[in-house]
Design a protein around this ligand. Structure first.
Ligand code: FNR
Length: 387
């Protein structure tokens, strides 16, 4: 059907733009301020090239990858993205189910609108990403709820001390809390497939969407003013809070949103099992460098702690460049949500298959069998000019 027109991950973006109301598309596509970090995430990949090897038997190649002793069908997963259920009907479930079917990891966002207990029922191996509430006892309650639901892996996102300046959201008429307006109503009306297929279906099943997973107690409606208060009351969070989480959380603990090598070392010291090098897809501090540029230094500072990566991964070659520079695993954000908008779980499955297919071909053309066997000598920084 329509999905076959998507030949690569980038193709989902214009399809989602046509399908989604402008404020919602803008929320997903956008970044912060001048989009400097968003652009750098893309540019950083372009600054590396491959030095392939030839005439090696690659008939037994396999893009599968192992992380924490678990074998996945590819070295990439789906990054946590908030408000997915506004973008696609039961968006988090669509992502969770597609990831499960394809045997790749899925991370549920703490800013999601479907209860985490419902999501883990759809994918018992889902990971959970937490935005920490400000008060310690609420952090503990949240952790206990996530553990009770059966999640084994917790990501704590640490690059959001305050809300960023996402001017594009304001310009596109999108805000948290969501404010009903004539403009919003109009933007919805002119996208009837989304209006009926996502918005009305959601209202019929769940009523007005709530932030269901930021807080232990109960959901907060997306229209409520106290959403903002809860999101801004975290600016005092520090390493002590991570230590507190480490004492409370028995599962695997990942720290997401690290760029400085010293912070990777501190995360390890405080008991993190891995870090995710990320600038939040360019959505937090605009001008923060692409994670690819700091990846080798972070890996060097991390010892035997796995370093994961996200930001701008769109191609099999991007996955392999990040891995050649030391990433153990990568995560893909926006394209997966666009795919969910356009085709639900089937769309996400198509996106995953496209990326995995690229990886398989890239491995063969690079002359290697597995992504893990990539070395630093497989890539070359173009600015260096000559080998
Ligand atoms: C995000 N991201 C994010 N990260 C997080 O830790 N918690 C969250 O709730 C969200 N929400 C969110 C919503 C949307 C719409 C996007 C696009 C992103 C950041 C995300 O996990 C990841 O770091 C980036 O999206 C990776 O960059 P790419 O792949 O989108 O370029």
């Amino acid at each position: 059907k329509r999905l076959v027109r998507a030949l690569c991950l980038d193709d989902f973006e214009p399809m989602a733009r046509a399908h989604l109301p402008r404020p919602i598309f803008g929320y997903v596509a956008g970044a912060a301020e001048r989009n400097a970090s968003l652009e750098d995430n893309h540019r950083a990949f372009c600054e590396w090239g491959f030095v392939p090897r030839i005439l090696r038997d690659v008939s037994r190649r396999d893009p599968a990858a192992t992380l924490f002793g678990r074998r996945w069908s590819a070295p990439f997963g789906i990054a946590p993205m908030g408000l997915a259920a506004l973008v696609a009907y039961r968006g988090d479930i669509a992502l969770a189910e597609a990831a499960k079917a394809a045997n790749i990891p899925f991370v549920l966002s703490g800013s999601s609108l479907i209860r985490l207990e419902e999501v883990i029922a759809a994918n018992p191996e889902a990971w959970f990403q937490a935005y920490l509430p400000g008060a310690a006892e609420r952090i503990e309650k949240l952790i206990d709820r996530v553990a009770a639901a059966g999640f084994g892996t917790l990501l704590v996102t640490v690059d959001t001390a305050v809300l960023p300046s996402r001017e594009n959201n304001v310009r596109n008429g999108f805000s948290t809390p969501l404010r009903p307006s004539l403009r919003l109503a109009w933007d919805g009306l002119i996208k009837p497939r989304w209006l009926i297929g996502t918005w009305f279906r959601t209202l019929a099943r769940y009523g007005m969407p709530h932030f269901e997973n930021s807080f232990a107690e109960r959901g907060v409606p997306i229209l409520a003013r106290n959403v903002l208060r809860d999101f801004t009351a975290r600016d005092h969070l520090n390493w002590e809070h991570l230590a507190l989480i480490r004492r409370r959380w028995k599962g695997r603990l990942l720290v997401k949103g690290i760029l400085h090598p010293e912070d990777a070392r501190l995360a390890r010291e405080h008991g993190a099992d891995a870090v995710i090098v990320s600038n939040h897809g360019g959505r937090q501090l605009d001008g923060s460098v692409s994670p690819l540029r700091v990846l080798p230094a972070v890996v060097a500072a991390s010892g035997d702690m796995p370093v994961l990566f996200d930001g701008g991964v769109r191609r099999g070659t991007d996955v392999l460049k990040a891995m050649a520079l030391g990433a153990r695993f990568v995560f893909v954000g926006r394209p997966m949500l666009y795919a969910a908008a356009v085709g639900g779980a089937e769309g996400v499955g198509h996106a995953i298959a496209l990326l995995r297919g690229e990886l398989d071909r890239d491995l063969a053309l690079l002359g290697i069998d597995t992504p893990a066997s990539l070395g630093r000598d497989s890539v070359f920084r173009l600015a260096d000019g000559l080998l």
